[in-house]
Design a protein around this ligand. Structure first.
Ligand code: NDP
Ligand code: HSE
Length: 437
């Protein structure tokens, strides 16, 4: 089996190292030796340390490498939309098998890749694109194909999980925790893709596509990042026996006419400490899958890093190589269900709302009236003196309200109206609540 490796950075260099260290085992598992035909990079002169590979294999001509007749499998660990899309479509149409870790491309235009794979007859594998080392996509695309998945809830971004875990552990604010994540190498110099939820949204699209046999793209995913999460939010979550996580949630539902739909979203949310995802700390990832017959399943592990991600890439390389030797291919994309994706306003969720209100007769009734007007049912109400001072008539009060499940649009409209009331001094925080409470 001859491999074209596109990219030799954090992940690619570990792929090279593992290919070298495990050559004998990989040969035995596949039934043929794996050889690197070439490695495409951007800078030929870059210092690559003591990478165990022939330096003459490096090239800047990725397309030329892909087109070579002696290349069977193309491994793409460059990232980004172009030129990766052009390369992979070319490779797949030519009948080569492709292994990629590129979640951004899969979420942006997975259809182009799947269509090209169907045309060329090769395999398209992408285990490393979601949750790094965790074997997750293969279980969704193979092991669970006899079952019906109802919901997938995941922590799929290690940087934001590190930041939120640090905020929870130390009481630090977002900026301080981000600084620590940057110093320790978890956050990149430009952390936008992570902290604004773009990375998690791409992964949510991939998970939803596999779980619900429906093409879901990044544009279908409602996305909110963690930049607005405050130390006060974290403290408020703690007071409720909860913690805050950036969750990706993909769920089945039904529209007003009873037709089946899916909703896919990424946003910070409070989850109870007893929820399996609450104890996922540091930069770890975990995905909680709820299936009809299997019940709850939990997948946990490292979601990033050179070696963990290379492990998933190599697992795919072994699988597609075996298929090629046997003259077979894995089942192609399963998108037969073609379920409509619901807008966020129709997603069913719960809110935790923290208000600073005037503490005088009738205020609670007025606030409750707003919820009632929007058909939002209140689950719990907790009131205390504002800022922890002495309670009493004429002073402000802190009011914390947790709702029952309601459409997100109704909850958002409730908060909008509360903001307009003169008895509401401020809406201190609004957080969604997931996972029971
Ligand atoms: P890096 O930035 O570390 O490496 C990118 C590699 O691509 C480099 O070797 C670079 O060359 C090469 N490259 C960039 N542009 C071109 C080009 N135009 N032509 C040829 N080669 C090019 O990225 P990572 O290894 O971190 O990530 C790779 C992929 O894996 C991405 O899709 C990422 O999302 C995904 N991924 C990464 C994880 C991680 O922990 N890092 C985890 C899960 C997925 P040069 O070396 O010369 O600069
Ligand atoms: N003391 C107020 C009331 C509650 O009786 O409505 C303020 O939230």
């Amino acid at each position: 089996m001859r491999l074209a490796l596109l990219g030799c950075g954090t992940v690619g260099s570990e792929v090279v190292r593992l290919l070298h260290e495990q050559a004998a085992d990989l040969t035995a598992r596949i039934g043929a030796p794996l050889e690197i035909a070439g490695i495409a990079v951007r800078r030929l002169g870059r210092d690559r340390g003591d990478l165990p590979v022939d330096p003459t294999l490096f090239t800047t001509d990725a397309l030329g490498l892909i087109k070579r007749d002696d290349v069977d499998v193309v491994v793409e660990v460059v990232g980004g939309i172009e030129p990766a899309r052009g390369w992979l479509v070319e490779a797949l149409r030519a009948g080569k098998s492709v292994v990629t870790a590129n979640k951004a491309l899969l979420a942006e235009d997975g259809a182009a890749l799947h269509d090209a794979a169907a045309e060329g007859g090769g395999d398209l594998y992408y285990e490393a694109s979601v949750a790094g080392a965790i074997p997750l996509l293969r279980p969704l695309r193979e092991s669970l194909h006899g079952d019906r998945i109802n919901r997938v809830t995941g922590i799929v971004n290690g940087t934001t999980n590190f930041i939120l875990s640090a905020m929870d552990a130390t009481g630090a604010g977002f900026a301080e925790a981000l600084e620590e994540a940057t110093e320790l190498g978890y956050a990149e110099a430009d952390p936008t893709a992570d902290v604004e939820g773009f990375d998690a949204a791409a992964k949510a699209a991939i998970l939803a596509s596999l779980a619900f046999h429906t093409r879901v793209g990044a544009a279908d995913v409602h996305r909110e990042g963690i930049t607005e999460v405050t130390a006060a939010d974290v403290a408020s979550a703690k007071a409720m026996g909860c913690t805050i996580k950036l969750l990706c949630i993909a769920a089945r539902g039904a529209d007003a006419a009873g037709r089946e739909t899916v909703s896919v979203r990424v946003h910070p949310a409070m989850i109870p400490l007893g929820h399996p995802l609450a104890s996922v700390g540091d930069a770890f990832n975990a995905v909680f899958v709820e299936a009809e017959a299997a019940g709850p399943l939990m997948f946990y592990g490292r979601g990033a890093g050179g070696a963990p991600t290379a492990s998933a890439v190599l697992g795919d390389v072994v699988a597609v190589s075996r298929n090629r030797l046997a003259g077979v291919r894995s089942p192609s994309e399963s998108a037969y269900a073609d379920l409509p994706v619901r807008p966020m306003g129709e997603a069913l969720t719960r809110y935790h709302i923290s208000l600073d209100v005037a503490d005088r007769p009738g205020v609670l009734a007025a606030v409750a009236g707003v919820f009632a007007r929007h058909d939002v049912s209140i689950a719990t109400v907790r009131q205390g003196p504002a800022g922890g001072g002495a309670a009493g008539r004429g002073e402000d009060a802190d009011l914390v309200i947790v709702t029952h499940v309601a459409p997100d649009a109704a909850l958002a409209a409730t908060v909008g109206e509360l903001r307009g009331l003169d008895i509401v001094r401020s809406v201190a925080s609004v957080l969604r609540v997931e996972g029971g409470l």
